[in-house]
Design a protein around this ligand. Structure first.
Ligand code: FE2
Ligand code: FE2
Length: 271
């Protein structure tokens, strides 16, 4: 298998045809049989892989890209799908991506890829396709619960997700009701994921203002959480970063294993 075929396999799982801007092949390779996979990969992991007979390294999070934040625009369709007017959604996203853009200017985007090139190890990262798969799987699980129990409580949603996915059971983090009462009803909800990163306060507040009772993120920065907590409306569930990323990554790694590729998972993957 070569790196292009690996990418195609990840894209096919979510019916994508092109690699999003937050995913890339940094060093192409072929005849791959033994992969080191990590949610985060740095130079130490690359060197370890080279010295221990791995013929490819795959990261989840992007490590050397400058336009990865463009994927945040995927929030637009999610917002529109919940009835938020397009112009309103665009204004919020434009502001957020401006921050991400200049944040990425500050970073040393070639530190890790240049090292992979130096030691000649095939290296890629697959972010949005895996997150999109995770978004679909977790949303389907919530819909399944709603079919049995029309308006579950936040605590019932939490228990259902924990019993539906091994990743939530195994994780050190818990699914947290960050804002809201355990026995409060889920109501109108959105699982906002698969769009580079969480939408923070602005996107959560926008959903709340357009009659979404519960926003579900995989993580949120403390400063943004404190803003949400000040609101006298809205409920927020946080499912946990590594566990939720792993939900979308594991089916892809299973596919690779079916093709007789050996996978060694490190760097926070819950498998
Ligand atoms: Fe992710
Ligand atoms: Fe992540």
């Amino acid at each position: 298998m070569n790196t292009d075929e690996i990418i195609k396999m990840a894209l096919d799982l979510v019916n994508m045809t092109e690699l999003p801007e937050d995913s890339a092949v940094y060093v192409p390779g072929k005849d791959i049989t033994n992969i080191l996979y990590g949610i985060d990969i740095g130079v130490a992991e690359l060197l370890y892989a080279k010295e221990h007979g791995f013929d490819c390294v795959i990261a989840h999070h992007p490590v050397g890209l400058i336009n990865h934040w463009q994927v945040f625009w995927r929030h637009l369709d999610q917002l529109i799908s919940k009835g938020i007017p397009k112009e309103k959604a665009q204004t919020i996203i434009e502001q957020k991506v401006l921050g991400f853009k200049f944040g990425s200017h500050a970073r040393n985007y070639d530190a890790v890829p240049s090292f992979a090139r130096l030691i000649k190890i095939p290296f890629l990262n697959i972010h949005c396709p895996s997150d999109e798969l995770g978004r679909k799987l977790i949303a389907v699980a919530i819909e399944e619960l709603i079919r049995k129990n029309e308006n579950p409580t936040l605590d019932e949603v939490k228990s259902h997700l924990e019993s539906s996915f091994l990743e939530f059971k195994k994780a050190l983090t818990q699914i947290e009701i960050a804002k809201g009462e355990k026995n409060a009803l889920l109501g109108n909800w959105i699982f906002s994921h698969g769009a580079f990163t969480n939408g923070g306060f602005d996107i959560a507040d926008c959903y709340f203002k357009y009659n979404i009772n519960t926003v579900i993120y995989i993580h949120i920065a403390p400063a943004e959480l404190f803003q949400v907590l000040k609101l006298d409306y809205g409920q927020l569930l946080i499912t946990g970063h590594l566990a939720s990323d792993s939900v979308g990554i594991n089916p892809f790694l299973d596919r690779l294993e079916e093709k007789d590729i050996q996978i060694t998972a490190i760097g926070g993957l819950i498998r």
